[in-house]
Design a protein around this ligand. Structure first.
Ligand code: GAP
Length: 458
């Protein structure tokens, strides 16, 4: 099974060597928990975002997109509850001065058997003491009590000291959707139920080691808020659980690598909450969340902004604050899951091993690689490359043996390789090699664009 072969180390190495993802600020020694997407990675991630947008905005009746500002009025975060309680329970090691999340210490120690989400801070402290959980850095057991740290990054606006005004980098994109509820409803004349979606950066001052792009301090979220009437919320919650699952399976995920996990402890405003977990190389972990947030968000913004957030039913004239079903997934976390799921080390008939990334063709960075068998076929090959690249992201490679060139494309997941040979000059046909089966067929150059378009549809 693929997940047995793939380790985080192998993924990190492949990503670095193939231009998928590099460590952030690398020439300065890096900066913990930040990563830069390279030429292949940026394409794959953009394709993931496009696929999500297509499914949850373009093909979703009554859903609309927004792109809200990252910096928002600080009152937004008072209303959402983030200034008061977006905290992590941290403990410092008195010996080596490193800082750790108490819940992670317990989770790692118990290998997932104990769920710290259901524990109070006092219970976590006692568990760590009773089980003598040591500092993962220095191995000593000498902890401070748990202290709560807010995870929002603070900054300030204004040029002079006196003018300073504390603001935050948003820790989630969701609030940009809630504060635009009235604007979107008014300008689209949407009737409840309807949805607002957004893709954008979020920032959290996470201190836990990141596990590559699983947990970073800067990441992108893809969030969809579905506004509905109380009473219809449970059915829509179930509906979104299924939609979120189907999206992953349609992207090529093996359903055996996915599972639903209900939250053991619900936030005080939530009626239901569940994650879809994926079998990452680090084990089963949250990939996305689906939450029934009741009318909490809009009611809080009504209270803090003084604006009436009620919806007026155009038929019955009934006024009410809608309930919200939230579906939230990290683009980078999904990228990691896509990379893990796609990775395979395949033993070939001749005994050699090839690393191949089985991306869904719509997600692959390049749809086609154009490979002339010999350099003197370059002119015809470039003509074909030009034709294809006006429609799709393509790459051109004439360096090295054809076998080596195929391997390079397999490692970045290019679904089709087009080879140009001397017959191409004679009869205007090319060979297309399929990444997964390695089978080759011969096709007329005139049929190429339609052939590729059909293969990459999502
Ligand atoms: N608006 C709800 C919300 O933000 P969340 O469970 O905190 O909920 C939603 O985050 C998703 O965002 C997660 O399921 C995960 O995919 C992603 N995510 C959260 N924190 C992240 C981090 N530090 N790095 C990368 N992705 C993260």
């Amino acid at each position: 099974m693929k997940t047995n072969q793939v380790t985080m180390e192998k993924l990190v190495n492949l990503c670095k060597s193939r231009g998928i993802i590099f460590p952030g600020s690398e020439i300065y020694g890096g900066m913990g928990n930040t990563w830069d997407y390279g030429p292949i990675g940026v394409e794959v991630k953009n394709n993931i975002k496009r696929a999500w947008w297509k499914r949850f905005v373009q093909q979703s009746d009554n859903s609309f997109g927004v792109d809200a500002a990252i910096l928002m009025n600080s009152r937004v975060w008072d209303a959402s509850g983030h200034t008061a309680s977006f905290t992590d329970p941290k403990m410092d090691c008195k010996e080596c001065k490193s800082r750790h999340r108490a819940d992670n210490l317990i989770e790692n120690y118990s290998k997932g058997a104990v769920n710290p989400d259901t524990m109070s801070n006092e219970e976590m402290e006692s568990y760590i003491k009773e089980h003598k959980i040591n500092c993962p850095i220095c191995g000593k057991h000498n902890w401070t009590p748990i202290r709560l740290f807010n995870m929002m990054f603070e900054t300030s606006r204004g040029v002079t000291e006196e003018n300073q005004n504390k603001i935050y980098l948003r820790p989630e994109t969701a609030q940009g959707e809630f504060v635009n509820f009235l604007n979107v409803q008014r300008t689209t004349r949407a009737k409840v139920p309807f949805g607002i979606a957004q893709i954008g950066k979020a920032f959290r001052n996470e201190i836990t080691p990141g596990n590559f792009i699983f947990r970073t301090i800067e990441f992108e979220q893809m969030e969809h808020q579905w506004f509905c009437k109380e009473g219809t919320d449970t059915a829509f919650y179930e509906d979104f659980k299924k939609k979120a699952w189907d999206f992953l399976v349609d992207l090529g995920f093996n359903p055996e690598h996915l599972r639903y996990k209900d939250h053991d402890k619900l936030a005080h405003y939530a009626k239901n909450a569940c994650d879809i977990q994926y079998l990452f190389p680090i084990g089963w972990s949250e990939l996305n969340g689906i939450h029934n947030r009741t009318d909490y968000d809009l009611s809080r913004h009504q209270e803090y902004s003084g604006k009436n957030m009620q919806y007026v039913d155009p038929i019955t004239n009934e006024k009410y604050v809608p309930y919200v079903i939230e579906y939230s997934i990290g683009a980078d976390r999904l990228m990691l899951a896509v990379l893990s799921e796609a990775y395979e080390e395949e033993t070939l008939e001749n005994g050699e091993t090839r690393v191949v990334m089985h991306f869904h063709p719509s997600i692959a960075a390049y749809k086609v690689a154009v490979l002339p068998l010999q350099k003197n076929l370059g002119e015809k090959a470039k003509e074909i490359y030009k034709k294809l690249s006006s429609e799709f992201m393509c790459t051109y490679d004439e360096a090295g043996s054809i076998g080596k060139r195929y391997r390079r494309q397999d490692e970045i997941g290019t679904p089709m390789c087009v080879t140009i040979d001397f017959d191409t000059l004679e009869n205007n046909t090319v060979t297309i090699r399929d990444r997964d089966t390695m089978e080759q067929i011969r096709l007329s150059v005139d049929e190429l664009v339609d052939y590729v378009a059909k293969k990459i549809r999502f």
